[in-house]
Write a protein that binds this ligand. Structure first.
Ligand code: BGC
Length: 424
């Protein structure tokens, strides 16, 4: 029978595992994330594998990665871990990840999967993780019921958003759903940076780590935008300007869904969550891009790595990896999660219109695909955390000017050591 994940076993004290059991450390704890993980667990159960759950709460995965590090140091590595992006290289270099070249070759991953996905999971020529889904980050959600009720057109540009915000406020509705949690602030910021800088400059800054790119006035403009946007999240009826607070992302989505706020910038996981609340993309909310970014796809890719050295589990780990990459699992999982399949050959007309849009954009070779900083596509854990912290401090400290924050970011990048050559 298809069993769902067992309730979070403490990640630090894994239960003894039998044949076919794989403990999975991840950070999918919201209703939609949970449902997507349950979907994977059910497909695994059909194939004689058992997903033993090791969920560590905390959006964006900061706490989960800390737990994973601790467990590795204590030689209590889980068999499977959500390990996205650049950290994979560090982990693979230390010999911690099982190479999945055999699975990739058997299932023809290099043909069926998007090249960017394969590039993301390949380290020194070896496939070291199984990709699950691609998220778009630069989404602007507008609550259609609210805009309709107030007789407002859906805005497409920053000026239009500002005008709408003033009217929303006048009607007693907080314009923007927002959280002061550092990773959420920085996720909004990276979409604004893309808006102001455009894909080429964004890449020069965060992918190529070109210090001179940090002199560009686009960075200062993006920081100003972030501050404005956060100001629009102050409660409509508060003259004193109460801060949005460090709330979990699910609370932000709930504010938007319950019409307590009308606009939101967030990655696709928000669409998954809105789905579990009965809201559908394009029917109940628009899935536009953040102004100025419609042609670009600011992405992050969710992947599960198999940890090496789990004597006796390799066959099960490979079986799981194979399943994760299969077309049916890809479709089922991503439909719930809000992301899009990592394969090019999946019938996406079965996904909602927002996902289809994201898929076609990502699949188009002319689309600038831009890696998410916050979600580890451009930096490893340490670098991205340092940048998040700097952006977060600026956002919450009105005495810090955008120009000062720009200099801090440039200094930080200098300290993080620029790359010697541009990535391909
Ligand atoms: C992950 C998503 C997850 C989101 C919120 C991102 O870093 O890629 O899968 O839903 O964080 O926790």
């Amino acid at each position: 029978m298809a069993a769902g994940p067992t309730v979070a076993s403490s990640a630090a004290t894994p239960a003894a595992e039998g044949a076919g059991e794989l403990n999975v450390l991840h950070w999918w704890t919201s209703a939609s994330e949970r449902a997507a993980a349950n979907h994977v667990a059910a497909r695994m159960a059909e194939n004689g594998l058992k997903w033993v759950d090791g969920a560590v709460a905390g959006g964006g995965g900061g706490p989960a990665i800390k737990v994973l590090n601790e467990r590795i140091l204590r030689r209590m590595a889980p068999k499977v871990a959500q390990l996205n992006g650049q950290s994979m290289t560090e982990w693979a270099d230390m010999g911690l990840l099982l190479e999945l070249d055999g699975v990739a070759a058997k299932r023809n991953w290099s043909k069926v999967m998007f090249p960017q996905v394969m590039a993301q999971v390949t380290v020194h020529g070896h496939v070291v993780a199984a990709p699950l889904g691609i998220q778009r980050i630069n989404n602007l959600y507008l609550n259609k019921a609210v805009f309709k009720r107030l007789g407002l057109d859906l805005p497409n540009d920053w000026d239009g958003l500002e005008r709408a915000a003033a009217k929303l406020r006048a009607a007693g509705i907080t314009p923007v759903a927002f959280s002061d949690e550092p990773w959420q602030v920085a996720t909004v910021f990276e979409a604004m940076l893309l808006s102001e800088a455009g894909p080429v400059l964004y890449r020069r800054m965060l992918e190529q780590r070109d210090l001179s790119a940090f002199d560009d006035p686009a960075l200062e403009r993006a920081l100003k935008r972030l501050r404005n946007w956060r100001n629009l999240a102050l409660p409509a009826n508060s003259a004193l300007g109460i801060a949005p607070g460090e709330r979990p992302w699910t609370d932000v989505v709930a504010d938007f869904a319950a019409e307590r706020a009308a606009m939101m910038i967030m990655g696709d996981w928000a669409r998954g969550e809105l789905g579990t609340m009965g809201l559908e993309g394009e029917r109940d909310f628009s899935c536009k891009a953040v102004p100025g970014t419609a042609q670009a796809h600011l992405y992050s890719i969710d992947t599960l790595a198999m940890l090496a050295g789990n004597g006796g589990s390799q066959a099960d780990q490979e079986k799981m990896a194979e399943l994760l990459g299969s077309a049916t699992l890809q479709l089922g999982y991503n439909r719930i999660k809000g992301s899009i399949p990592v394969r090019r050959d999946v019938p996406v007309d079965e996904l909602d219109p927002c996902a289809q849009q994201s898929f076609h954009l990502f699949a188009n070779p002319n689309t600038p695909r831009v890696p998410s900083l916050v979600h580890r596509m451009a930096f490893g854990e340490v670098g991205k955390n340092a940048i998040i912290e700097t952006v977060h401090r600026f956002a919450l400290d009105p005495s810090q000017t955008p120009a000062a924050a720009q200099r801090k970011l440039q200094g930080l990048l200098r300290a993080l050591a620029p790359k010697t050559k541009a990535s391909p």
